[in-house]
Every structure is written in structure tokens, then in C-alpha cells.
Ligand binder design. Structure first.
Ligand SMILES: Nc1ncnc2c1ncn2[C@@H]1O[C@H](COP(=O)(O)OP(=O)(O)OP(=O)(O)O)[C@@H](O)[C@H]1O
Ligand SMILES: [Mg+2]
Length: 363
């Protein structure tokens, strides 16, 4: 019988909700003990972090987790991985530039990078890359050190958006790769490694291997945020990435119409199932304001990102209007944050950057 991941993950969530953490008022999830659940076929990995005052419970709680989750239909093996508390994270043996090989289950930190944020959408063409590039710049504008990884190996677009298409990254003697700096951002993209128009047929393991190299073998340096521009959709490539990294949170980009919103649900569920906090929803191409008469036209019918954020109790970060300059400047390597730093898109992106920075501080 095929492994029904959605059902198993749902059952794991409800099982966890029944397991209390003695010494705290809530269950193991509410207490923040179980930070991530990863399902790879029937093999389940739980990433747990015990607060120092509760480490004496480690043995009994982990035994109970293994036993109860092991009883769920379809689960063959349960592994509990212990994450070290934040303060000693640098000494964690699971960290290192190299990291485990492709397909290894487990979430890892990138040395030197404080927060990794994934920008995702359920479907293509909604403006994810435009948002990722401008969000990275907005975070930089509010004083953060930022990197941008174009994780869309099928349709890399950030080199074009940043005007760095001709740049080629250098390898170091340590067999690591130096990122390309653009507008103050540290950036990496498969677009830097391919000749224009060269067809590449990617198979699953190649994509996973390449993305791992981009994450763990690029010399990102000290960054406050690394923004990931994910490929569109919620398939294997996205899931592998979301599972293999210690993500601080996910941002979902959508357009307002109903079809896109259905895709958003998939995006939200992808993050929820991998226990990645959702930082919020951004609605792009929300409306068009006529530059001559200021009349506002809503482009797409539908309930909009605000409705979905209420339904899933995730923050609504903001609305971005459809503006021809956004497309033109984006295509010419001059993102709006650079070409129109005082415009309305820039101020929306800065407000979103502040909201994200604040919600990550609160965590
Ligand atoms: N608010 C906007 N106003 C005008 N044009 C926009 C806006 N947002 C995005 N675009 C344009 O729409 C096109 C698609 O945007 P973008 O490449 O950012 O989407 P995407 O979701 O990353 O697409 P893909 O799924 O192919 O990766 C681009 O040409 C971009 O310049
Ligand atoms: Mg894109």
C-alpha cells in the first residue's frame, strides 16, 4: 500500500497533542519540545529540543514519543533527533559546511546564517521571485545582512532581475563557492552556472544535491537572513528543501483570485506539515491604480490573501499593486527597491520586512 503521508502526518499531530510534557501546562507541541516532524516514506524523524530545566525528562518523554508514533498505521521507524539549545548551537555536531549527503533526512542550520526564510507559492507566475528579490533588499534596507538563494533550478530568474546574468561564481581551494554580490546582497543561482538557453534535464536527486551544495557549500558569510526563492509549487524539490533545512519561516505569495488561493492552501499545508512557521501571506498584483486618474481597478476577482490568512490564522503581510514599472525594472536588472526606493512598492516591502524581522525576534 502506498504511504499516505498526509494522513500519517495528521495522525502524528493528533498523537503529539495527547502527549503532555510534565512540568509544563501543555502538550509536547505547545511546550515547543517537538520542533519538526519529517516523514520520509514510513520513516519518521522528530526534531526535539529540551529546555535545560527539563532534560531530566528526556528519556521517558522520548520513549513515549517513539512508542506512540510507532503505533500509527504506516509508520515503520521513529527516530528522535535532539537539537541543541540556541546558545550552544554553534557546537552542534550536526553542523558543518559539508553537511550530510543528499537525501539525508534531518533539518540543518547553515553556519553563520541566523534565519533562513523561504518564499513560496502554490503556483507559478504569481510574483514570487519579484517578492523574494525586493524582500531581500528591503531587509537589507532596514539594516540587516542578507543573502538571496534562487532555489528555482528549473527557471532561475534572479540573475536577470539583479542584472548579474554575466557573472560567474569562483570556487575556492576548499572546494566551496563564493556568492555573487549584487546591490549589497550575497546571491547564488543556477543561472550563474549555465550558459544561456542550455537545456538541463534535472532529475530529483540531482536537484536535491545541487540545492544542498548551494545551501551548505556556498560561503554565505555572516548573514541575518538568507531569503530562498523556491520553485513554484509544492512538489518534491520544495519539500526536500523545506525538510532539510532549519527554516525560520515561510512566506507565501499569491494573487487574489480563487484558483491561486487553492494553491496557497497547498503552500500553507506544505509548511505546516513540516512544522515550519508561516510568517505570512503577501498578495501580489492586487489592483491597478491608473497613473492618470488614480482610479483603482481590481484585476482578479476573489476573496484575496486576507481571507486566506484569517482562515489559516497566519499574518497578512501586505498587498502589492500591479505596476508596469515593477515588471519593466525587474526584467532590466533594476529591482524597484533600487530604481524607486521611495515608491509605494518599496514602502510596502519595508513594512513587510519589519513585520518579518519582528516576528522572528519574538520567536
Ligand atoms: N506587482 C507586479 N506588477 C507588475 N508586474 C509584476 C508584478 N509582480 C510580478 N510581476 C511580473 O510578473 C512576471 C512574473 O513574476 P515573477 O517571475 O516574480 O513570478 P514567479 O512567481 O517567481 O514566477 P515563476 O513561477 O515562473 O518562478 C515577471 O515578469 C514580473 O516582472
Ligand atoms: Mg520565480
Amino acid at each position: 500500500m502506498a504511504f499516505d503521508k498526509a494522513r500519517v502526518l495528521e495522525q502524528i499531530q493528533s498523537t503529539l497533542a495527547e502527549i503532555p510534557l510534565p512540568g509544563t501546562p501543555g502538550n509536547v507541541v505547545q511546550a515547543g519540545l517537538v520542533q519538526r516532524v519529517i516523514a520520509h516514506e514510513g520513516e519518521i524523524t522528530l526534531v526535539v529540543e529540551f529546555p535545560p530545566e527539563l532534560t531530566n525528562q528526556q528519556g521517558s518523554v522520548c520513549e513515549r514519543l517513539e512508542e506512540e508514533i510507532g503505533q500509527i498505521d504506516g509508520v515503520q521507524k521513529v527516530t528522535v533527533l535532539h537539537k541543541k539549545p540556541e546558545s550552544s548551537a554553534e557546537e552542534s555536531p550536526t553542523q558543518g559546511a559539508q553537511g550530510p549527503g543528499p537525501n539525508t533526512v534531518g533539518a540543518q542550520d547553515i553556519p553563520g546564517v541566523k534565519h533562513v526564510i523561504a518564499v513560496a507559492s502554490g503556483k507559478g507566475g504569481v510574483g514570487k521571485s519579484t517578492v523574494a528579490v525586493n524582500l531581500a533588499m528591503a531587509l537589507q534596507k532596514i539594516g540587516k545582512k542578507v543573502g538571496l538563494l534562487d532555489a528555482d533550478v528549473y527557471g532561475p530568474s534572479t540573475p536577470k532581475m539583479l542584472g548579474t546574468e554575466e557573472d560567474r561564481p569562483q570556487a575556492t581551494e576548499r572546494e566551496t563557492i563564493l556568492p555573487i554580490e549584487s546591490h549589497g546582497l550575497q546571491t547564488m543561482s543556477i543561472g550563474y552556472l549555465l550558459e544561456e538557453d542550455s537545456p538541463v534535464i534535472w532529475r530529483g536527486p540531482m536537484v536535491t544535491g545541487l540545492l544542498r551544495q548551494f545551501l551548505f557549500q556556498v560561503e554565505w558569510g555572516e548573514l541575518d537572513y538568507l531569503v530562498l526563492d523556491l520553485p513554484p509549487g509544492t512538489g518534491d524539490a520544495q519539500l526536500t528543501l523545506v525538510q532539510s533545512l532549519s527554516l525560520a519561516g515561510g512566506v507565501i505569495v499569491t494573487t487574489p483570485q480563487d484558483v491561486a488561493l487553492l494553491d496557497v492552501q497547498r503552500g500553507i499545508q506544505m509548511f505546516q506539515r513540516t512544522s515550519v512557521p508561516i510568517l505570512g501571506v503577501i498578495e501580489n498584483m492586487s489592483y491597478f491604480q491608473c497613473p492618470n486618474c488614480d482610479h483603482v481597478t481590481e484585476i482578479f476577482p476573489g476573496a484575496g490573501g486576507e481571507g486566506i490568512s484569517q482562515r489559516y490564522s497566519v499574518p497578512f503581510l501586505g498587498q502589492i499593486p500591479l505596476e508596469p514599472t515593477t515588471a519593466i525594472q525587474g526584467d532590466s536588472g533594476n529591482p524597484v527597491m533600487v530604481s524607486q526606493p521611495d515608491g509605494s512598492l518599496a514602502s510596502t516591502m519595508i513594512s513587510i520586512a519589519h513585520q518579518i524581522a519582528e516576528s522572528l525576534v519574538k520567536k
